[in-house]
Design a protein around this ligand. Structure first.
Ligand code: HEC
Length: 127
């Protein structure tokens, strides 16, 4: 392929998939638009550690978010969740939304509310 064509294809690809500078902020804006907020990082930390019939977010991620976690069911290693220890964390809104949905269902036995998700994200982003 001629290099100009490659360049144009790349430019089109990049334009078609805009990367937000603040994916967590965007998600929190969406939650606010649905009536949630203001968000409270302390409430997020409490929810993170709360025990739901023997399960909690720490079951897989541990309580020190700067260290790797271990999946409670599969035993697989999970890279640290704290953005300070792992710059890849909280960089993609659809990834974050997907995992919040799955992990809330696993841990709480239901989806988290938009308030709970906003609280958790405001705490997580500070870690
Ligand atoms: C059963 C194990 C398990 C539990 C319990 C769990 N998680 Fe996770 N979580 C994972 C796995 C696996 C991933 C995806 C793999 C990865 O990102 O390293 C993940 C990813 C995430 C991500 C995505 C991070 C990113 O950078 O996109 C967030 C946010 C998250 N979890 C939050 C939570 C919260 C909040 C709870 C408690 C409600 C929780 N998790 C409980 C296993 C778990």
């Amino acid at each position: 392929m001629k290099s100009e064509y490659l360049f144009i294809s790349l430019a089109v690809l990049i334009a078609a998939a805009p990367v937000s500078a603040d994916p967590v902020g965007d998600l929190m804006d969406n939650y606010r638009a649905e009536g949630a907020g203001p968000f409270d990082a302390d409430a997020g930390r409490d929810l993170w550690h709360r025990d739901f019939a023997g399960k909690s977010c720490t079951s897989c991620h541990g309580s020190d978010l700067t260290s790797p976690g271990r999946h409670a069911r599969t035993g697989k290693n999970i890279a640290p969740l704290a953005p300070s220890a792992n710059p890849d964390r909280l960089t993609d809104a659809s990834e974050i939304a997907k995992w919040l949905l799955r992990n809330c269902k696993w841990t709480l036995g239901r989806e988290c509310t938009t308030q709970e998700k906003g609280d958790i994200l405001s705490w997580l982003r500070q870690q």
